[in-house]
Structures are given as C-alpha cells and as structure tokens.
Ligand binder design. Sequence first.
Ligand SMILES: Cc1cc2nc3c(=O)[nH]c(=O)nc-3n(C[C@H](O)[C@H](O)[C@H](O)COP(=O)(O)O)c2cc1C
Length: 191
Amino acid sequence: MKVLVLHGSPRRNGDTDTLAESFVRGLKSTGGHDIRHVYTNEINVRPCQMCQSCGRSKDAKCAIDDDMQTIYPAFIEAQLIVWASPMIWGYLTAQLKAVLDRMEALAMIPERSFVGKTYVVILGYRHHYQSAAAFFERICRFYGISLHTVIYCSLDPKGGGDPPASASRDKMVEAFELGARLGMERCTAAR
Ligand SMILES: Cc1cc2nc3c(=O)[nH]c(=O)nc-3n(C[C@H](O)[C@H](O)[C@H](O)COP(=O)(O)O)c2cc1C
C-alpha cells in the first residue's frame, strides 16, 4: 500500500511524530508498504492564493510552483494518508493547514484524489481538539473517505506538565494496533 505521512508539528520527535511512527511500525509489521514522510515545517508551501486557476486548468493544476507540486502526485497515488498535528490555537498547525488549503486543486477532481482513500488523523492537544476532528469527520463523510483518529491529550491534570506521548503506553499501543489493522486489511484486500 502507498502511504503518505504528513507531519504537522515543527517539533521533530514530539507527540504527534511519535504516535505517527508507532502507527507506521504497526503498518510495517504487516508487510512492505511504500511509505513517504513529509515534514511540513521543513518544506516550502505557500498558502493558497484563491486564484482559482486550478478550477480553470484542464488537469486541475495549481499555479504555485513550490514543494506542493511534489506532494500532489504522492497524495493522489497514496491509498492511506496520515495527518499528524498538534493543536495550536484551536486548530492544525499553520504548516499543515497550508498543505490542506492547497488541496483545493485536488478537490476539482475528487474521484481521482479523495474518494475511497483512508485518512488517519493523529492529534495532540492540551485543551481542545474537537474543531480539527469535526473538520475531518465532515470532509471524510462528504468525499467518501474512511476516517480513523488517534487523539492524545498531553496535559497532565495533576502536575500540569506535558508528559510525552511515548510515556503513554496505551496511546502508543493504540496507534501501533491501528497501523497493524489497516495494513492487514489492505494486504487481505489485495489478495
Ligand atoms: C506553543 C504551544 C502552543 C499550544 N497551543 C495549544 C492550543 O492552542 N490548544 C491545545 O489544546 N493545545 C495546545 N498545545 C499543546 C499541544 O498541542 C500538545 O502538547 C501536542 O501534543 C504537541 O504535539 P507535538 O509534540 O507533536 O508538537 C500547545 C503547545 C505548545 C508547545
């Protein structure tokens, strides 16, 4: 299976990276998948300019010539996409949101780009994650995308600190087992 992992956090090896890696380990335990990681903080993706040239172009091409041009084909080819982001001010990071907004071009041909895919949404938060979760629920229902979520609350209610996701055995196992389950389902479907 072709998998695209979109990392939204600027913090390498933070909670959402850690859970995404655990998910990927689960996936890999079921066979040789083709997995591509994109660290959105380390690439150059401009915000959508709302020029609508994608809507006017025959092949729904975005006019902005930046790193998004390599993400588009990887996204179209992938059967499974992981969206991993910490919550910041009630939503995804700006880095991941920029990638999400540029999906406007792909929405011009949804049956090529979205329909039948699987999304795994990994969110880390302290106080609130519902706005991002609700967005993915709505969009997945609309486009016929299968949605799975792993939600991690980093706030320790007793001490007020943020223990790392790696210290939460339950969450690490949840992410691993989801990866193993989805990997196995694909392997079975491919037979
Ligand atoms: C600078 C900063 C801002 C944050 N803002 C929010 C926020 O607005 N809402 C929230 O629920 N959590 C907030 N958090 C908590 C993070 O979303 C949470 O700890 C997450 O698990 C971090 O993921 P990461 O380690 O992958 O970056 C914030 C954390 C930091 C460091």
